[in-house]
Write a protein that binds this ligand. Structure first.
Ligand SMILES: Nc1ncnc2c1ncn2[C@@H]1O[C@H](COP(=O)(O)OP(=O)(O)OP(=O)(O)O)[C@@H](O)[C@H]1O
Ligand SMILES: [Mg+2]
Length: 191
């Protein structure tokens, strides 16, 4: 896998990025950079999209802050759902965490997200949005891990294997539409 040394953990909101990245950081000794926090600290939040209940990120400002943070130490884990913002030259491997959209839906409802935000994120997971963005930025350095029904510690262990060039699924392996169709649950999600 060509590129730099940084490891990127991305995926749809609620898939478990923060928990997995924290555990991986503890186990590997790599510093953790949370893109949400970096965006806030660096003045990289331009405003608020009220309708979508989400922040609007200033891509240039976050990239500047990242370049600065990575100057001395690329031995880091970068975690966030807009990870395609990370300059490709810094990246060794990108892990896209996946979660069955039906499970994710319940988790996001449990967080108290409004219906529109639950729907937006469930559709994003169903349609591979984060994976596609990751592949556009990082190409063959992308691997997927299906976290559905797995403990955070188990997912973190698999992520460690990815760092050693072994674990994970090739990009494009997870196919929720086909999984849900077989389970007869696709209609439940798209209505
Ligand atoms: N493998 C897992 N199995 C069951 N629950 C999990 C798993 N991973 C995370 N969770 C739970 O899901 C919730 C979301 O996890 P987390 O905050 O790590 O997600 P995230 O991807 O960082 O979300 P966001 O993009 O909103 O920051 C938490 O309540 C967490 O405990
Ligand atoms: Mg998080």
């Amino acid at each position: 896998m060509a590129g730099g040394e940084a490891i990127v953990i991305t995926g749809t909101p609620g898939v478990g990025k923060t928990e997995v990245a924290k555990m991986l950081s503890r186990e590997t000794g790599r510093k953790l950079i949370e893109l949400n926090a970096l965006a806030k600290e660096s003045g990289g939040i331009k405003g608020r999209d009220i309708a979508r209940e989400t922040s609007i990120v200033d891509v240039a400002a976050v990239r500047r802050a990242l370049r600065k943070a990575l100057k001395g130490n690329q031995n880091v884990i970068i975690e966030g759902h807009f990870a395609e913002i990370v300059p490709g030259a810094f990246v060794k491997a990108t892990i896209v965490l996946r979660c069955n959209p039906l499970v994710l839906k319940e988790r996001l409802i449990g967080r108290g997200y409004p219906d529109s935000k639950v729907k937006e994120n469930v559709e994003a997971e169903l349609l591979d949005s984060c994976l596609i963005a990751a592949v556009k930025s990082f190409g063959d350095r992308v691997r997927e891990i299906d976290t559905t029904g797995r403990e955070v510690s188990d997912v973190a262990k698999e992520a460690e294997r990815v760092l050693r060039g072994k674990g994970g699924l090739l990009a494009g392996s997870v196919n929720w539409i086909s999984v849900l169709e077989i389970e007869g649950r696709l209609q439940d999600l798209i209505h």
